[in-house]
Design a protein around this ligand. Structure first.
Ligand SMILES: [Zn+2]
Length: 61
């Protein structure tokens, strides 16, 4: 039985993850309610895309 509504946190292994669908960025933005970690996942593959808190989206040329 797979409960897709409870994603496991890759940092603390808690099943306390909230997912936010970011349509504009084509990503799932995840936040762990247990340790506070935030990261992004690729919407199609579910691949880990890095910690949001340490990789600011806004960049300048
Ligand atoms: Zn966590």
């Amino acid at each position: 039985m797979i409960d897709e509504g409870h994603l496991r946190c890759p940092f603390c292994d808690a099943y306390e993850v909230d997912r936010l669908y970011l349509a504009s960025a084509h990503l799932d933005s995840c936040e762990c309610r247990s340790c506070g970690a935030r990261w992004d996942e690729d919407l199609e593959t579910g691949a880990f895309r890095g910690r949001a808190a340490r990789t600011p989206v806004i960049t300048r040329d």
